[in-house]
Design a protein around this ligand. Sequence first.
Ligand code: HEM
Length: 96
Amino acid sequence: MDEGKGNKTDTKNVNETSKKISLNDLEKNDGKSGKNFWILIGDKVYDVSNFKHPGGKSIFKEPGPGADLQEGFDDAGHSKSAIEKMNGMFIGTYSK
Ligand code: HEM
């Protein structure tokens, strides 16, 4: 659990030429009542629909669609393997 403490989100491996995702898209995929669940970290969108987050999912839902969860992600001191998992869930770049 302490392994990798202080890691910053590593977004080097993700595809920068990906599709653009709007606030409306995030609202339509807010994880409520069985819907897909997309979250925003920095300016990148991740599909966590099928992911069982060890820190729970309500931590993602609280601020609501369009909220940047970067700070919470960094503060939790995620492991290298958590960051790799996150990169695998990348689906696009947020554009307001
Ligand atoms: C796709 C994005 C994310 C992935 C893949 C992910 C993955 C993980 C994993 C694998 C762990 C277990 C510990 C570790 O390996 O570091 C964890 C723990 C945790 N995560 Fe995330 N996480 C994500 C996003 C977030 C966000 C956005 C927040 C906060 C806003 C957050 C808060 C936490 C907290 C607080 C824990 C500790 C839970 C505990 O030990 O009780 N995570 N996460």
